[in-house]
Design a protein around this ligand. Structure first.
Ligand code: OGA
Ligand code: NI
Length: 354
């Protein structure tokens, strides 16, 4: 199919069997008629009109981490640690990834969503560990309420599974994530390369998730993505010029407004496990709006799929800080998270020591 290669690279090696029915994407729903209300299975809550805080979130100047003086670096490492501990969320500026690459990626993502259902069909309804997969909501076979969101998920590391040559964007983003993880490692009092080595990041699992949130006629009733935490170590996210990401901070939802050309970074479940709960994965959600399509691109960086992740021994102490999580292989964790209903931190609860 000619349309596929335009997106993120090469044509996938194997075409899968066709899923039985229409994908039921939100985009097609919105474009097929003039909707004035949403179908009832999209009603998430009738109470989404809550107060949202606009508190400033921490900003990390990446250039000081990589080319600052030792003194500047140690200050940034401290700031990173504080951001991870107090927020689980921060914005990264001066990361050196060209704006043109990010624009290209957002456009490529838009082009994918613009394919017809017929064209997208070959990537639908696949297993969660299939390297290219698209769909709607989160997991339509278990979702009771559908989310106002279509997605494309592509595995980009250790093997690159999509269009053409490995995209520079995922490679450059990965480099930023690896540097941040070094700083985070240090901020925990571990060796700079501890996370890299223990999580086998050379073969680390990186997945790119493109999210499309079409305009919604009743944005106060529908949810783009419900409150959840991410499965990996760190997620780096970019968006088009429409906001919609909110994170939970001290019991309140905080609206995120990204600075130009920044990465929005959140700590995920495996950093919580590795740090034995010092750096908690942050709950976040995506809300929708009535006016414009929002596109976001999340790059989740995790351990290698065969790594059994447990708290770093150096952080443990049998009396005051015993292990709070049991080890689980990342691949198993990923399947668990992807096959179940998305919400809160239900996957993490399965490995928490009671
Ligand atoms: C995600 C996610 C938020 C957003 O893809 O895991 O949380 O703003 N996305 O799209
Ligand atoms: Ni998320």
């Amino acid at each position: 199919m000619a349309g596929n290669s335009l997106i993120l690279g090469e044509t996938p090696s194997s075409a899968s069997s066709l899923p039985p029915k229409s994908m039921g994407c939100v985009k097609e729903l919105v474009e097929s008629s003039t909707l004035t209300s949403i179908p009832s299975h999209y009603i998430f809550s009738t109470n989404l009109d809550q107060q949202v805080s606009t508190e400033e979130i921490p900003v990390i100047d990446f250039s000081l981490l990589t080319s600052g003086t030792p003194d500047q670096r140690s200050k940034i490492v401290q700031q990173l640690g504080k951001a991870c501990q107090d927020w689980g969320f921060f914005m990264v500026i001066n990361h050196g990834v060209p704006e043109s690459l990010r624009e290209e990626m957002l456009k490529a993502c838009q082009r994918f969503f613009d394919l017809t259902e017929e064209e997208k069909r070959e990537y639908m309804g696949k297993h969660v560990l299939d390297p290219i997969r698209c769909g709607t909501s989160f997991n339509v076979s278990v979702d009771k309420v559908f989310f106002w969101r279509d997605y494309l998920k592509v595995f980009v590391h250790p093997e690159f599974h999509s269009p053409g040559k490995p995209s520079d964007f995922s490679k450059r983003t990965r480099e930023v994530a690896m540097e941040l993880l070094k700083g985070i490692s240090e901020s925990l009092g571990l060796e700079e390369n501890y996370i890299d080595t223990a999580m086998k990041l050379e073969k680390g699992f990186q997945i790119l998730v493109g999210n499309l949130y079409p305009p919604c006629p009743e944005p106060k009733l529908a949810m783009g993505l419900p409150p959840h935490s991410d499965h990996g170590l760190l997620t780096l996210l970019i968006e088009n010029d429409i906001c919609g990401l909110q994170l939970q901070h001290k019991g309140k939802w905080v609206q995120v407004k990204s600075l130009p050309n920044s990465f929005l970074v959140n700590t995920a479940d495996h950093l919580e496990i590795l740090s034995n709960g010092k750096y908690k994965s942050v709950l976040h959600r995506a809300i929708v709006n009535g006016k414009a399509s929002r596109i976001s691109l999340a790059m989740a960086h995790g351990p290698s799929l065969d790594t059994v992740v447990s708290p770093a021994p150096k952080l443990l102490n049998s009396e005051i800080n015993p292990p709070a999580y049991t080890g689980m292989k990342y691949r198993d964790y990923l399947e668990l998270q992807q096959l179940n209903v998305l919400g809160e931190k239900t996957s993490l609860d399965r490995v928490r020591v009671q």
